[in-house]
Write a protein that binds this ligand. Structure first.
Ligand SMILES: [Zn+2]
Length: 90
């Protein structure tokens, strides 16, 4: 189940909310009760993993080419270049 990062622009509350894809987005802040609670684009693990994979594969060629990639250092990271466990330069 995806985890969404929410933030309230009124009181500054930041909260990760686990929701089904079919759930309607929250709008009411649980802290101050105003309708300023909005979903953020930068989110927790679920989105980081997805965006990293697609950015690596689709921006360059338009199609995923696993064989032309450098050897992945670990399964969750599609590219060794973006894997925090691989390099030593980061
Ligand atoms: Zn609030």
């Amino acid at each position: 189940m995806p985890i969404y990062a929410y933030a309230c622009s009124s009181c500054g509350l930041q909260k990760d909310v686990m929701q089904k894809l079919s759930d309607v987005p929250l709008t009411t802040c649980p802290e101050c009760g105003k309708e300023t609670f909005t979903k953020q684009l930068t989110a927790a693990g679920f989105q980081l993993k997805g965006s990293g994979y697609y950015a690596t594969d689709f921006k360059n060629g338009g199609q995923p080419k696993p064989e032309s990639e450098p050897k992945p250092a670990c399964a969750p990271c599609a590219s060794a270049a973006s894997c925090p466990m691989a390099g030593g330069n980061a």
